[in-house]
Design a protein around this ligand. Structure first.
Ligand SMILES: Cc1cc2nc3c(=O)[nH]c(=O)nc-3n(C[C@H](O)[C@H](O)[C@H](O)COP(=O)(O)O)c2cc1C
Length: 391
């Protein structure tokens, strides 16, 4: 028996929440409802209470519940939070991190997984504000179901209908299922971020890598049960749960840390390692006379070295950030460096530091181009592929 906290928003499709409660109850789950003010315009608390066989929560300002911090209790006592129907307004308030009613306060206060089933007019669904909010929430880890396509109560046709209760119930079962851990017992090594190559004690050469994609991959691999070693260049990111992080500054430090982390079953080298470093690091260079000449020497090629190492990981994945002819360069890099997979992306736009990425997976089978996705979703998809390859 799992406990579902169902938040019912203010859309025509709120009546389908009633059927959803029945399906979840029949599957043996406990359902507790939060009804928004908007939701209460479409279904009554009485109906939801009767179907869920529990009281229904509507107000943040209930003296009795809030003397016990009721909004925190509600999320604490649930295994999963479900928003159905998730209105455009609720999605917007969730994405903005607002907490101006009981529903959004519970959603902001929770550390439990959240699943939202949107329902709205097709134009509201396709509006750039809603697109942005959905992308933002997915980046934050919220599972958002795609609405169905069809004739709508407003007389229009298109995507925006609430999925059928049975489909939402199935998605809820998937979200509640214990996560399978196909990478349990495997060691995954991930590098992320830039490296900084000192010029003198206060200056350095660097690049724009934020480390977000590599950190997301480390997190996704750990979520599948892998023991993850993350070698991170200088980035301002917090360590994902259950990940063993080693911070480094320079390419040579990163290379040493990678060596120390071996053996590994899979290595995913996402870091944007500086190709060159300054040959001789001087005392602080003074601004006097002509500008100094910096002599650069090559840094170790961590990916190519690992590909030739006697203890080469069984699966070696490299990243190729390119600004032109992405696929040609990625295919050539795969052959030249002797790696199994190259994940190529075009960084001529605003990928570095952004939350999204459009990548191509290049391997022996050819090229697979993925649609633009939040970096977290690129990470979970790649982790699933790695799990399949190592199975
Ligand atoms: C008859 C009617 C139907 C509505 N249906 C929807 C809907 O299906 N989806 C939606 O996002 N908003 C819909 N709205 C607008 C929402 O009710 C409104 O944005 C409300 O503030 C949402 O409340 P909530 O944030 O508590 O869900 C509808 C409004 C009316 C008057």
């Amino acid at each position: 028996m799992k406990r579902v906290l169902l938040i019912v928003g203010g859309g025509i499709a709120a009546y389908k929440a009633c059927e959803l409660i029945r399906l979840l109850r029949r599957a043996g789950h406990a359902v507790r409802c939060v009804l928004t003010d908007g939701g209460a315009q479409f279904v009554t608390a009485m109906t939801l209470a009767a179907l869920s066989e529990d009281r229904v929560y509507t107000s943040l300002w209930d003296l009795k519940d809030e003397s016990e911090m009721g909004h925190i209790q509600l999320s604490r006592e649930a295994d999963l939070l479900v928003v159905a129907p998730a209105t455009a307004d609720l999605l917007a308030r969730m994405a903005a991190g607002q907490a101006d009613d009981l529903a959004t306060t519970v959603l902001l206060a929770t550390d439990k997984p959240v699943l939202a089933a949107p329902a709205m007019n097709v134009r509201m669904w396709q509006h750039s504000a809603t697109r942005r909010n959905v992308m933002r929430l997915r980046c934050d880890g919220v599972t958002i179901l795609e609405p169905d396509e069809g004739a709508m109560a407003c007389g229009e046709y298109g995507p925006g209908r609430l999925p059928e209760p049975a489909a939402i119930a199935a998605a809820i079962e998937r979200a509640l299922a214990p996560r399978s851990r196909p990478l349990a017992g495997r060691h995954a090594l991930v590098t992320a971020g830039p490296t900084h190559e000192p010029i003198d004690p206060v200056r350095y050469l660097a690049n724009r890598s934020s480390g977000k994609q590599g950190f997301a991959i480390a997190e996704a691999l750990a979520a599948l049960g892998a023991r993850v070693t993350l070698v991170a260049g200088p980035v301002a990111l917090s360590t994902p749960p259950r990940v063993d992080r080693h911070d480094v500054i320079t390419a040579r430090e990163m290379s040493d840390a990678v060596d120390r982390a071996l053996p590994a079953d899979v290595a995913v080298l996402v870091a944007a390692v500086a190709d060159w470093r300054v040959e001789a690091v001087a005392d602080k260079i003074k601004k006097a006379g002509a500008p100094p000449t910096l002599t650069l020497v090559e840094n170790p090629d961590i990916l190519a070295t690992l590909a030739r190492a006697p203890n080469r990981p069984r699966l070696l994945v490299g990243f190729a950030a390119e600004t032109s002819e992405v696929l040609a360069h990625a295919t050539a890099k795969r052959a030249r460096k002797g790696v199994d997979w190259i994940v190529a992306n075009d960084v001529s736009g605003e990928v570095m530091g952004s939350e999204r990425n459009t990548v191509h997976l290049v391997n022996a089978a050819g090229v697979e181009s993925w649609e633009e996705l939040p970096k977290r979703m690129v990470a979970t998809r790649l982790a699933d592929r790695i799990a399949a390859a190592l199975a």
